[in-house]
Design a protein around this ligand. Structure first.
Ligand SMILES: [Zn+2]
Length: 432
């Protein structure tokens, strides 16, 4: 015992020190924010090369589910970001990166011929004092450009305090205090009132699969999963290419950008109104359908179907996009995007590289002597390498492993690089 005592004492001191750091960070939260959410709804419109932001409305929501100790994001991910500064001191008090359906649409052929409008929204803890929100876009050259500035008067009586989509919730996985957990909310899409039991069962099945997939399996007691009991008028979802239209609560549809398997919704107001019933970090929309497909956008949402034979890995794949900012590692399927990645800069996704700045990616995970690029025939020798093809492009974009759940949903496992990115993100949300 005596031999171990000094180690124990040191650990105790470290624990106290860490607790003090956390208390200091938490005091920072209390100084600047209330424990609830400010949501900013805006319309994002433009073309392939232009962006216009227009304020729609601001909404106060009852919970803040996000971390209170990492308020400025350490991840430089996403096509967009927003920063919040305190007006009195100019101090940066919050920031977050995200992507959106509009940004994807900007890379389609249609965006060269037409301007379109998409509703978007961002959330932050509710500021105590006047603050300024700046919205940035990452253009093709990769250097952030400021697009829009919004002054927040937290006392303004125009900040809406009602939620038009209030519904009861249930726990799918209960891990405890949302401040120290990753909090996911499952929203039902195309489940009628009579199908709410099916929704509960589908949530259990999906959550169970996520929590047994590496590396999520190590964090079962750190991930809260909520379900919202919000029925749709009709069962199923829209399939425009087959003339199928259903009255559903978040208005999702296949055939996004005319790709039959791409299921998304532009109705971010309904998505956020439903999520606001609980303290959440990430939104998962579960669509009641047997069709293959889905979509996942970083810090926006993951959308996936319930009953296709591949539904479980599709969900975990889409959640990889929306949660950890992972890019698609495939390059042979049909997509609507044209030259999605600029080969003269490093992409922001942690699992793709153009080799422009590979040091910032997974170079530290390669064993000595790994050929760069790594020939496909040496895939067994190098479980982590630099394999050409990824991000919808056969040339110039490289992925970390021969196979990965981000390349093919039939593979069902994340490569070591994706696993590390997921662990880093869980650490951000749980404070570990
Ligand atoms: Zn991967």
């Amino acid at each position: 015992m005596s031999l171990h005592y000094p180690v124990f004492a040191m650990r105790k001191t470290l624990t106290i020190l860490l607790a003090l750091v956390a208390a200091g960070a938490s005091a920072q939260f209390e100084k600047h924010f209330y424990n609830k959410t400010l949501r900013i709804d805006y319309i994002h419109t433009g073309t392939a090369t232009t962006d216009v932001y227009a304020l729609d409305e601001m909404i106060e929501e009852p919970f803040w589910g996000g971390p209170k100790t990492s308020l400025v994001s350490p991840f430089d991910y996403g096509e967009f970001k927003y920063t919040v500064t305190d007006d009195a001191t100019g101090e940066l008090i919050f920031s977050k990166g995200y992507s959106s359906l509009f940004a994807e649409w900007q890379t389609t052929a249609e965006a060269h011929e037409l301007s379109r409008a998409y509703p978007e929204n961002v959330v932050m803890p509710f500021p105590r004092k006047p603050a300024t929100v700046n919205f940035y876009k990452r253009p093709r050259n990769g250097n952030w450009e400021k697009q829009f500035t919004l002054k927040i008067d937290p006392k303004s009586y125009f900040i809406k305090k009602e939620n038009r989509l209030q519904f009861p919730h249930f726990m799918v996985n209960d891990a405890g205090d949302p401040e120290h957990c990753l909090d996911l909310v499952f929203i039902p899409e195309g489940y009628t009132a009579a199908e709410m039991d099916k929704f509960r069962e589908d949530c259990k099945r999906m959550a169970g699969y996520l929590l047994q997939t590496k590396p999520y399996d190590e964090y079962r007691d750190k991930i809260n999963i909520y379900g919202i009991e919000a029925p749709s008028a009709e069962s199923g979802v829209d399939v425009p290419g087959k003339g199928i239209w259903k009255k559903t609560i978040v208005n999702s549809a296949f055939y996004t950008f005319n790709i039959d398997r791409y299921l998304t919704t532009p109705d971010m107001k309904s998505v956020r109104d439903l999520a606001a019933n609980v303290p959440y970090d990430l939104i998962c929309v579960l669509a009641n359908s047997q069709t293959y497909g889905g979509g996942g956008i970083y810090n926006h949402y993951a959308l996936f179907t319930s009953d296709h034979p591949m539904a479980l890995p599709v969900f975990v794949h889409e959640f990889g996009h929306s949660f950890a900012g992972l890019g698609d590692e495939y390059y042979s399927s049909e997509v609507a995007y044209e030259d999605y990645y600029n080969l003269s800069i490093e992409p922001w996704e942690p699992n793709l590289t153009t080799l422009v700045n590979f040091d910032a990616k997974w170079k530290d995970m390669l064993v000595e002597g790994t050929p760069v690029p790594t020939p496909e025939k040496q895939k067994d020798k190098y479980p982590v390498g630099v394999f050409e093809g990824g991000g919808y492009m056969t040339k110039g974009v490289y992925r970390p492993a021969h196979d990965c759940l981000m390349k093919s949903v039939s593979y069902k496992e994340f490569c070591p690089v994706c696993q590390r990115a997921i662990k880093n993100m869980i650490g951000f949300y749980t404070g570990n």
